[in-house]
Write a protein of this length. Sequence first.
Length: 189
Amino acid sequence: MGTPAVHRHRWSRREYERAVAAGVFAPGARLELVDGEIVEMTPQGSRHAVAVQLVEEALRRLFPAGFSVRVQMPLALDEVSEPEPDLAVVRGAPRDHVARHPGPGDTVLVVEVAEATLAWDRDVKAALYARAGVPECWVVDVAGRALHVMREPAPGGYGGRCVLGPGDQALPVAASPGGEPVRVADLLP
């Protein structure tokens, strides 16, 4: 007698949102939908939380009116992915996104802060953002004290990649013209 085949259910974004609205998951559960799989996010340590706050402050200074900096909120990337990046810069004001979560066409930059999840954020999540066409992705590597900057999205991932150290500076492509670059050290706890 053979072993029965294992069938996995890939969730659509619509199914996932209905389950969340119906209270299927525990209150306060930190979940995101990545390529049809519901993924539990790791708890935030204090260094991670401080890095998120430092990046948020820097991005709010860099982007002009007409952009919103969203912290740990969903992005509707495609029919099977609704990740919650640590930060995302999207076009428009908060009320512009009352009817739906912003999508890749609204998003100019996503930032993931990695304390214990560098490979996941840099390889899996960045590839997801690149496939969706998000123009730029940063991964703040807290443990390695570095900033991974990825640009030139394509279906296979970001074509342009560089790693910056604490003494380097970075400026998002969509930031205010003439904006001052941010020092990588200023993004690190």
